[in-house]
Design a protein around this ligand. Structure first.
Ligand SMILES: NC(=O)c1ccc[n+]([C@@H]2O[C@H](COP(=O)([O-])OP(=O)(O)OC[C@H]3O[C@@H](n4cnc5c(N)ncnc54)[C@H](OP(=O)(O)O)[C@@H]3O)[C@@H](O)[C@H]2O)c1
Length: 303
């Protein structure tokens, strides 16, 4: 397949290029990746340095030139808190940029896998969210990503994920490691529940989905729910450092509160992913251990 990855410089984008080209993702397990990575695909990446997806003509030109059969649309405005103060910028990228990708995909006949988020939900559920459950985003970021979903047509598969971390780019796992290595105490909320996702594992799942293009909405995360507090302790323990550096705090007691509200419960149900033969993804603890061991081994890359 000819595959275009948008957001190729992002943390997921890097792993997508590796997964689609048949290289085992940097932070992925050979055993898990081997389930999907039979042969490599022809893959090309694009990111903001090439052109902005908010430019409909540039998007159309780039996609018409490459003529992909599959577009994995990972590019997004992802600064959740900053989006509260610049909603137009976030909307331009997440809604209009997605609409531009979809329009160009129609012209070349490409199918689209559009990556979306658990932040489309308000977190009032008490059981894992199904793809068909009602959305009600709490943040500007969530509103703009939902608007992006609504730009997608029948040729698209929307892949919602959550709490993504990977080897490339900046993420919370790298921040936790850096602080723990310096012996700095930290607090994390213990009343927000979700599913951590290793970007390399998600990339492998997206290869599987690209080969099936089921349409509709699927949820793809590593397996099992947890809290940010438990995730942080796991990262520290996995690095062989003192987990007592991490203490719990209730969301209501976290001062100052971050600008964007997050759902208190955004566990995504992965049954639809399993139903199409992709998944379940590995448990979150095992995925996180793989990432931490890789980052510790390359600790000069931890920033
Ligand atoms: N990270 C998470 O926890 C999480 C959770 C749920 C869902 N997701 C979704 O998963 C996908 C991948 O996330 P990620 O963490 O890999 O994000 P990321 O690291 O921020 O990567 C996104 C990439 O998109 C690029 N981009 C931004 N605006 C663009 C534009 N106008 N035109 C072209 N490219 C543009 C960014 O470039 P710049 O860096 O230069 O802006 C960046 O390289 C996104 O769709 C995100 O919404 C992420």
């Amino acid at each position: 397949m000819r595959v275009l990855v948008t957001g190729a410089e992002g943390q997921l984008g890097h792993d997508l290029l590796d997964a689609f080209s048949g290289r085992v993702p940097a932070a992925g397990s050979v055993e898990y990746a081997g389930r999907f990575l039979t042969t490599g695909h022809e893959v090309k990446g694009c990111d903001l340095a090439d052109f902005s997806l908010t430019d409909s003509a540039a998007t159309m030109e780039f996609i018409s030139d490459f003529r992909p059969e599959i577009i994995v649309h990972g590019a997004a405005y992802t600064a959740v808190d900053k989006a509260e103060s610049e909603p137009e910028v976030a909307m331009a990228v997440n809604r209009d940029g997605t609409a531009n990708v979809i329009a160009a995909a129609r012209v070349v006949g490409a199918k689209v896998l559009a990556v979306s988020t658990d932040y489309v939900f308000d977190g009032t559920a008490t059981t894992p969210y199904l793809p068909s459950d009602a959305t009600n985003p709490l943040s500007v970021y969530g509103v703009t990503k939902l608007a992006g979903e609504q730009s997608c047509g029948d040729e698209s598969t929307i892949v919602r994920t959550s709490w993504v971390a990977g080897f490339h780019g900046n993420n919370i796992v790298k921040t936790i490691l850096r602080l723990a290595m310096a012996g700095t105490p930290m607090t994390f909320v213990d009343d927000q529940f979700g599913c951590p996702t290793l970007s390399a594992d998600l990339a492998v799942a997206l290869v599987g989905l690209a080969e099936r293009t089921p349409g509709g909405i699927v949820h793809a995360t590593n397996f099992g729910p947890t809290t940010w507090f438990a995730l942080a302790r796991r990262v520290v323990a996995s690095a062989g450092l003192d987990p007592q550096l991490v203490t719990p705090v209730a969301t209501a007691d976290r001062l100052p509160a971050p600008p964007a509200s997050r759902p208190m419960y955004s566990v995504l149900d992965g049954a639809a992913l399993q139903a199409v033969g992709v998944g379940p993804l590995p448990r979150w603890e095992e995925a996180l251990d793989r990432l931490v061991h890789l980052l510790v081994a390359e600790s000069t890359d931890v920033s």
